[in-house]
Ligand binder design. Structure first.
Ligand SMILES: C[S@@+](CC[C@H](N)C(=O)[O-])C[C@H]1O[C@@H](n2cnc3c(N)ncnc32)[C@H](O)[C@@H]1O
Length: 215
């Protein structure tokens, strides 16, 4: 599906979020706590926007994804970064390799969330950070009403205009079935991470979780 929508993916993100997704990625990159001399792996990197944000902080970044058409756009966007094909549920990287391991809007798409989180924890260095940026379902009105109308009506319509109604009907349904912030934190802890905390932003539509691999 992501290979199919790769050419419209970045534009759709900007339209659907009024450009705010860049700010959310900045906050996720802040929580990764990387800088010059750090190494970071961005799994399910797609077109590479979160990888670029990590690299802006001076980290040496690898982005991996299993959709070649998404990676092609990432490579064009950031020729200086390393992008490779890889399955987030079965990472090729060795244990204890990265100062930070991140995923932006990808965990929701993992066929096995717990396995994906365990893999992220496995390849993080002891003391390293694991960061998950995701859409979450706001529970408090009036934002919950707005969110429902936006996701159930406007987003599929935008998807139809962009030529792929199925992908943009899948998007709200994947958000609905994704665990809420507390459960996601518990599942990150079950994957072996400690000190798991999260922030909610954009009125409770975006959750950014971060945990640390025990030293
Ligand atoms: C919604 S896009 C997010 C892309 C990017 N991280 C971003 O922030 O815009 C989800 C991405 O997850 C990738 N993906 C889903 N499951 C994956 C897996 N098991 N291994 C690698 N990539 C995966 C898809 O190919 C797609 O590029």
């Amino acid at each position: 599906m992501f290979d199919r929508i790769a050419s419209v993916y970045d534009l759709m993100n900007s339209v659907m979020t009024a450009g705010m997704h860049h700010r959310w990625r900045e906050r996720a990159a802040d929580l990764a706590r990387v800088g010059p001399g750090s190494t970071a792996l961005d799994v399910a990197t797609g077109t590479g926007d979160l990888a670029v944000e990590l690299a802006r902080r001076g980290a040496e970044v690898t982005g991996s994804d299993f959709a070649p058409a998404m990676l092609e756009i990432a490579r064009r966007k950031a020729p200086g970064l390393s992008f490779e094909e890889g399955d987030a549920l079965n990472l090729a990287q060795a244990d204890d390799s990265f100062d930070a391991v991140t995923v932006g809007f990808g965990a929701r798409n993992f066929a096995d969330l717990d396995r994906g989180l365990s893999e992220m924890a496995r390849v993080a260095k002891p003391g390293g950070r694991v960061v998950v940026l995701e859409i979450t379902t706001p529970t408090k009105p009036p934002l919950s009403w707005f969110f429902k109308a936006w996701f159930d009506r406007v987003v599929p319509e935008l998807g139809r205009l962009a030529g792929d109604p199925d992908a943009y009907t899948y998007l709200p349904s994947s958000v609905r079935r994704f665990p809420g912030p507390e459960e996601l934190a518990a599942r990150m802890a079950a994957a072996g991470l400690t000190d798991v905390r999260w922030i909610l932003t954009a009125g409770g539509i975006i959750a950014i979780h971060a945990g640390t691999k025990p030293a």
